[in-house]
Design a protein. Structure first.
Length: 201
């Protein structure tokens, strides 16, 4: 009899306990792993470049390595702003039916460098950080903040959404998009460095 009473109490207590918040372990691992990997890739690619190498341009209208890094840094905060806006709207699991792309497809769309588009003026490099060194410092700080957010957030980002040119995505995918965006432009940096006229030092 006592066992039955204790079991009933346990069920009642569980029913009043708050549901688990934050990201699932799988989603957390996805975001943290991708953001860590792409951050390391960028920093490794640009390590040790001289001022001449950082400011080399393939053509007058193209971006230099330093400008690519600034664009990545600006975007790191600006795109995360979409996540912040998404979580201000109440979670809505029913809206998930509008998400038509997978996490891998979000990455693939961003990594396809055949798809070119002009960045909005707010995302254009303008020397706002003062120097390349300060730009990199700002990127590292913001990427660490974004990774920490993924680890600590109590919001289920799968039930919050953002609108992209290719459709609705959830806020976990927005975090993945941020990471893939930095890798896309790391590839652009590598293309600049592989140019035959890129300074040797």
């Amino acid at each position: 009899m006592k066992k039955a009473v204790y079991a009933l109490l346990a069920i009642l207590l569980c029913s009043f306990m708050p549901s688990k918040k934050g990201l699932t372990n799988a989603d957390k691992e996805l975001v943290v792993t991708e953001m860590t990997r792409t951050s390391k890739k960028l920093l490794k690619t640009i390590k040790g470049l001289s001022n001449e190498q950082l400011n080399f341009k393939v053509s007058p209208e193209s971006w230099s390595v330093a400008e690519c890094v600034e664009h990545i840094t600006i975007s790191e905060s600006s795109i995360f702003g979409m996540v912040e806006q998404a979580v201000k709207i109440p979670a809505d699991a029913a809206k998930r039916e509008k998400v038509k792309v997978s996490d891998d497809e979000v990455i693939a769309i961003m990594m396809n460098r055949k798809n070119k588009s002009q960045s909005p003026s707010a995302f254009q490099p303008s020397g706002k950080f003062g120097s390349h060194k300060e730009t990199v410092k700002a990127f590292v700080a913001k990427r660490k903040q974004n990774i920490k957010y993924a680890k600590k957030t109590e919001n289920n980002l799968r039930n919050h959404y953002g609108e992209m040119r290719f459709g609705t995505i959830d806020a976990v995918q927005l975090m993945v998009f941020i990471s893939a965006h930095s890798e896309r432009h790391t590839l652009q940096i590598e293309e600049i460095m592989n140019n035959e006229n890129f300074p040797r030092k």
